[in-house]
Design a protein around this ligand. Structure first.
Ligand SMILES: [Zn+2]
Length: 510
């Protein structure tokens, strides 16, 4: 039975081209989405952009543009980068989309009807950089520590507030009943101590006089929905909330993938908003770490940004995806350096799986002309079964790096066994013909299974690998049918592959 699987990324604030940090999150979510497709689920993958608020309004004005005109001009950079990196989303949502305005207003009205909105006067600091309220304690020398170049402004506004403080107990109860609600666990513990420290009500409206660029609140003249509150609602919009209730009932709840810097909004405010509206909470929230360069978070402003589009064009999507998913442990921070990127390419891809494919297929063609016959090699079969179980469990727990590492055990073992058993020597001895057939079958079948496990991370190269093994039909197979030993058919034709991962000097010379 196919079941619905709905996954989202955080939506990116549009203030420039995406950098590798943005790409990391999209690729991670894409890998999980692709894994669920491999397992036969009916997947819906949502990503997009966050486009309202005073920051966009000001940047657009400075560029002499209307806000929508300005954000329109930046969208292609995101879409082109995700296309180049093979990020296969089902919808690219923009918070300027009409159905999002409908969903945002519908949710706000529902929270109001449930009695969780109240009028309050806000007096205090506001940082345009964060689009957030600041206390004296938050400021250092009168400035927001994250936006030292901006002068915080003093705001006095009567706004609608969401009674977040009413949800401490319910949130804690949900966390207790669902120990995997937020992953990794150390992030969950940070969130729990935040909740236990006490929650304050949050403003959910801004006067149109101070921010005009937002979604108007029909039941409150001259106000727009506060951008953070509104942006979160995109996850409901993507599932059809407020527009298509049948689709919403089928799609919701979601698995959310987002950065460790926005857990406060996603793991506290967002579930409280849903509780207030009587909507089921997300299935799971995964907070990933940062891609660091020389120990610093990648960002456009720090000037360290590596452009993912250019990188994908130079090396192909899959090496970039593989590096990020294997070397920047999913859930933690990790480094990006060009040296390490190229070393990973050579060791794992060119000399690792690429070489294994080329050697195994070449020998099978040379000695047998097709997928050879013979009982499977028992040692590799046992390892395969172990690796499939391990990788499946890791993927299901959203531990992408662990899943890749498991699959890699198989690739490494195959290469080692080739070195030890020397099939080219076996080929010279007629009495070893059956053993040779069996060993080569085991190598090819191990490759087929590793490529199925790695296909969420390297979709293009694993499809090429399946072609080389003559098992294009694997693309139609799912779940156990795909991952069970023996899927490769004896006698099937093999195609001598082009180098799957050419050496870097060849690749970059092209
Ligand atoms: Zn700030």
């Amino acid at each position: 039975m196919t079941s619905s699987f709905y996954i989202t990324t955080a939506i990116d604030y549009v203030n420039g081209k995406p950098h590798l940090g943005h790409a990391y999150e999209k690729i991670g979510a894409d890998v999980i989405a692709r894994w669920r497709r491999v397992m036969g689920d009916d997947v819906f993958f949502l990503t997009g952009t966050d486009e309202h608020g005073s920051k966009v309004e000001k940047t657009a004005a400075a560029a002499g543009m209307q806000p929508k005109e300005y954000t329109d001009s930046l969208i292609p950079a995101f879409k082109d980068a995700w296309a180049a990196l093979d990020v296969q989303y089902d919808r690219f949502i923009r918070t300027t989309d009409p159905d999002h305005a409908a969903a945002a207003v519908a949710l706000l009205a529902r929270i109001r009807d449930a009695g969780y909105l109240l009028e309050k006067k806000y007096e205090g600091w506001y940082c345009d950089g964060c689009e957030g309220y600041k206390t004296d304690k938050d400021l250092i020398d009168g400035r927001c520590p994250d936006h030292k170049s901006l002068e915080p402004k003093w705001l006095e506004e009567t706004n609608l507030f969401f009674r977040l403080s009413a949800f401490e107990d319910q949130l804690l109860a949900h966390y207790e009943a669902h120990p995997d609600f937020v992953l990794p666990e150390f992030r969950k513990n940070e969130v729990l101590s935040l909740i236990r420290g006490g929650l304050k009500d949050v403003s959910v409206s801004r006067s149109s006089a101070s921010v005009a660029w937002g979604i108007s609140i029909p039941f409150r003249p001259d106000s727009v929905i506060y951008v953070w509150f509104e942006a979160l609602i995109n996850y409901l919009t993507g599932a059809g909330y407020g527009v298509d209730e049948e689709r919403f009932a089928y799609r919701w709840p979601a698995v959310h993938v987002l950065g460790k810097d926005v857990t406060r909004f996603h793991c506290v405010l967002w579930p409280a908003m849903l509780l207030a509206a009587g909507i089921p909470l997300p299935l799971q929230i995964f907070a990933h770490g940062w891609v660091l360069q020389s120990g610093e978070k990648m960002s456009k402003t720090s000037g360290t940004g590596v452009e993912p589009l250019a990188m994908a064009q130079r090396y192909g999507a899959d090496p970039v995806r593989f590096y990020l998913m294997s070397q920047v442990t999913w859930g933690k921070d990790g480094e990006f350096t060009w040296e390490r990127f190229e070393a990973t390419y050579t060791a794992f891809l060119a000399n690792g799986i690429g070489n294994l494919l080329s050697r195994s297929v070449s020998m099978a063609i040379k000695y047998f002309g097709c997928v050879p016959e013979g009982p499977a090699d028992p040692s590799l079969q046992a390892l395969c079964e172990e690796v499939v179980a391990e990788a499946t469990q890791a993927y299901d727990q959203l531990q992408i790096t662990d899943a890749v590492n498991s699959a890699w055990r198989l690739v490494r073992e195959c290469n080692e066994q080739i070195t030890v058993r020397q099939p080219w020597t076996m080929a010279k001895d007629d009495s070893q013909r059956e053993a040779l057939a069996s060993f080569l079958y085991a190598l090819l079948e191990s490759l087929r299974i590793s490529s199925a496990l790695l296909s969420p991370v390297m979709p293009g190269k694993c499809a090429a690998l399946q072609d080389a093994l003559g098992c294009e039909r694997d693309r139609e197979r799912t779940g156990a049918e795909l991952l069970t030993w023996g899927g490769l058919q004896t006698g099937a034709p093999l195609n001598k592959p082009m180098p799957l991962f050419p050496r870097l000097d060849t690749l970059l010379a092209e």
